[in-house]
Write a protein that binds this ligand. Structure first.
Ligand SMILES: [Zn+2]
Ligand SMILES: [Zn+2]
Length: 253
């Protein structure tokens, strides 16, 4: 993993404008990969539509998504500044603890995002922060990026706060970011790629599916979780029809 060490050393030596350029590039790449993988999954599982297909793409969605990619890069740049100044510490070990880092980051962010997601659904705060993400009831891969700037900064700074408080290995962070992108993309494709048995497998059944988040877009007072349904189960916000809706979509061929 010499290359990874070299990348970290390189990021430590560059100027702020070079750092912004690379972080912007990385965010554009992530956007292209998420949308591309999402479109591929829709093609592969086109028969397993959860709800109806979305309306044709609008200019407003595209603009909001472009803004999100830019503002995500600003968040990443603030993260770079915090790392350069020793406030965020990223370790370089490469052993089993990297997977523990990913698990801790996922569980911690899952809880924090559940709580903040419930807060942004409170009347008044909702229209200011989160309504933009709910304009489109039937989602597409791009919908993951259809967020108000306030929401992008809210999620971004929550993530940076976690990184300030928890020193993770770089591999733990990279794996978390990949999983975060995968969960985000799958939650908005509008088709169910997981097998029908998914929600019967112990532990695995706790991970969210495409149906889980699609249902949140349809019925906004349920399914607030992102990576797991643990908190929805615990706090009674899991959609009563979740299992039936998932099985219906996953049974289609
Ligand atoms: Zn969504
Ligand atoms: Zn919501």
């Amino acid at each position: 993993m010499e290359t990874a060490n070299r990348i970290l050393d390189y990021f430590g030596s560059i100027t702020p404008s070079q750092a912004f350029f690379w972080l912007f590039f990385q965010n554009i790449l992530q956007f292209v990969l998420c949308v591309g993988a999402g479109l591929l999954l829709i093609k592969l599982f086109s028969a397993r539509r959860i709800y109806q297909a979305p309306e044709p793409l609008s200019k407003k969605e595209l603009l909001l998504a472009a803004g999100c990619v830019f503002f995500n890069s600003v968040v990443a740049f603030v993260g770079w500044l915090l790392w350069k100044n020793g406030i965020i510490v990223i370790t370089r070990e490469l052993d089993w603890t990297c997977f523990a880092d990913t698990a801790i980051l996922l569980l911690l962010m899952d809880l924090l995002m559940y709580v903040t997601h419930r807060i942004v659904h409170i009347k008044g705060i909702y229209s200011l922060v989160h309504r933009t993400h709910h304009i489109y009831e039937d989602t597409r891969p791009l919908s993951l990026f259809v967020l108000s700037p306030l929401e992008v900064f809210g999620f971004g700074f929550l993530w940076l706060l976690v990184l300030c408080l928890y020193s993770s290995s770089w591999l733990g962070i990279v794996l978390y970011l990949l999983l975060n992108a995968a969960f985000g993309a799958i939650g908005h494709i509008g088709v169910e790629p997981f097998p029908k048995s998914w929600i019967k497998i112990p532990l695995v059944q706790r991970l969210t599916t495409s149906t889980f988040h699609a249902q949140h877009h349809k019925e906004i007072d349920s399914n607030f979780g992102f990576y797991t349904d643990i908190w929805d189960n615990l706090f009674g916000s899991l959609n009563k029809a979740y299992q039936a809706t998932f099985e219906r979509a996953a049974s289609k061929n």
